[in-house]
Each structure stands twice: as C-alpha cells, then as structure tokens.
Design a protein around this ligand. Structure first.
Ligand SMILES: O=C(O)c1cc(=O)[nH]c(=O)n1[C@@H]1O[C@H](COP(=O)(O)O)[C@@H](O)[C@H]1O
Length: 235
C-alpha cells in the first residue's frame, strides 16, 4: 500500500462545483475520495462517476440501515455504479443483506462499528450496556462472520480489533487529526501517524484538508506523515 492510497479525503462540501474545485486543487496529491450524505443529496452520485472516469477511487458513505430486503436492493443499485466502497451500519442483518446485494460486483462493504463522535457515555445514553471498545469488538466479530470487507472504527480501537479480524479485513478510520488540530465533533481521535502505526489501512480525513487554507499542502503533509509511519511499520 502506498501512503497516497491510504488517504481518503471526505468531500463534505455543499455543492458538486465546490467538490470539483477541491478535487482540482488537490490534483494528484489525492487518489481516493469519499462522498457522504451532504454531497450525495446534492448531485454527488453523478460526481462519483466523474471521479471514477478520471481514475480516482470512490467511497460512497451512505451508511445504509434498514430491513434486509431494502438494504440488499439498495446495495444492488449502488453496485451498478462501479464505486469502490460503501458503508452500512454494523448490524448483522444489514451487513449480510449488503453482502448479498454487492454479489460479485467488486463493491466492498464497510461496516460502521461505533461512530467516532460517540464515547462510552453517549453509548450508555443510547441504551447500550457495553462501552465503545467492547461494542466495536462484538460488531467486528459479527462483521467478519457476515463476510464484509472492512470496518469503520476509530484509531483508538485498532490495536484491539486487528487480532480479532485478521490481516485481510480493511480497517478504515475517521477521527484523524494532525497534532494540534481541532477535533470538532470527533471524540475518539488520533494523528495520521498514530493511526497508521496502530494498523489502519485507510484514513478518512475531511475538515483538516477541506477547510484548510491550503488544502493541497494539508493533504501532502498528511501523506508524508503516513509515509513515515508506514516506513516504521515494515522495519
Ligand atoms: O463512515 C464514516 O466515514 C464516518 C464514520 C464515523 O464513525 N465517523 C466519521 O467521522 N465518519 C465520516 O468521516 C468524515 C470525517 O470528517 P472530519 O471529521 O471532517 O475529518 C466525515 O465525512 C464523517 O461522515
């Protein structure tokens, strides 16, 4: 894996034109983009095709969660779009249905374990008996059995989860902040170097790049930090 491939930039902007301008500014410093709910509701699905046609990889972050039949059929539609990753929530019925819908299309399903804006207290308020680490671990085990390709989790759970799921499962972490950066609404965060050092395959980074004064410089600095951490990982 190259450092550039490890970085996924979240195109959390209001319009397709703003997203195009950002992609243009980032140029070849970024090869992988995430289109989430904000942009998907503003023409982002068409942009996904454009990005694929220009050689970028695309992650559709739609966080599907519904009865199995609906998730399966929705996933089948998305699989026709030839994108790389799709998120669903990490519930067993949902994950199995998405796997079924993706079939042999090559669309890889990522299961969201516990959102990185949640901590133990938030989970308790939502009615969960266990804390974050135990909940991520139980969802990770079910996800592996359901046959999804990867997990979304915070950098803080990586070292506990990798041994549970083995080397093949993709571990993808939002909640990434360069040292000194604002955490915004994220509660479980670490730096790019720490996340890669703990075994992440991909980092999802939004505001530290998209709201930076110089997005390209911010992306290049993160890629350099990933590169350094990957170097330490193999030695
Ligand atoms: O599924 C995701 O991508 C996701 C899961 C999660 O637990 N936390 C999380 O922040 N995300 C997404 O990752 C991105 C993080 O953005 P920043 O906090 O701006 O770096 C946003 O697009 C979120 O929607």
């Amino acid at each position: 894996m190259t450092a550039r491939d490890a970085l996924i930039v979240a195109l959390d902007v209001e319009t397709v034109d703003a997203a195009r301008a950002l992609v243009e500014a980032l140029g070849d410093s970024v090869g992988f983009y995430k289109i989430g709910l904000e942009l998907a509701f503003a023409g982002g699905l068409e942009l996904a095709q454009e990005l694929k046609d220009s050689g970028k990889r695309v992650f559709l972050d739609l966080k599907l969660h519904d009865i199995g039949a609906t998730v399966e059929r929705a996933t089948r539609q998305i699989a026709r779009r030839n994108v790389d990753f799709l998120t669903v929530h990490g519930y067993e019925q949902t994950m199995r249905a998405a796997r079924e819908g993706a079939g042999e299309s090559g669309l890889r399903i990522l299961a969201v374990t516990v959102l990185t804006s949640y901590d133990d207290a938030d989970l308790r308020k939502a009615g969960y008996a266990q804390g974050v680490t135990a909940t991520v671990a139980s969802r990770a085990t079910i996800a592996r059995e359901a046959g999804v390709a990867g997990l979304i989790l915070s950098p803080m759970e990586l070292s506990a989860i990798r041994p549970l799921v083995g080397p093949q499962m993709l571990l993808v972490t939002p909640g990434v902040r360069p040292h000194g950066g604002a955490s915004n609404d994220q509660k479980r965060v670490a730096s790019p170097g720490e996340a890669i050092g703990a075994g992440a395959d991909h980092l999802v980074v939004g505001r530290p790049i998209t709201r930076a004064e110089h997005p390209r410089k911010a992306a290049e600095a993160i890629v350099a930090e990933i590169q350094e951490a990957l170097g330490r990982r193999v030695t």
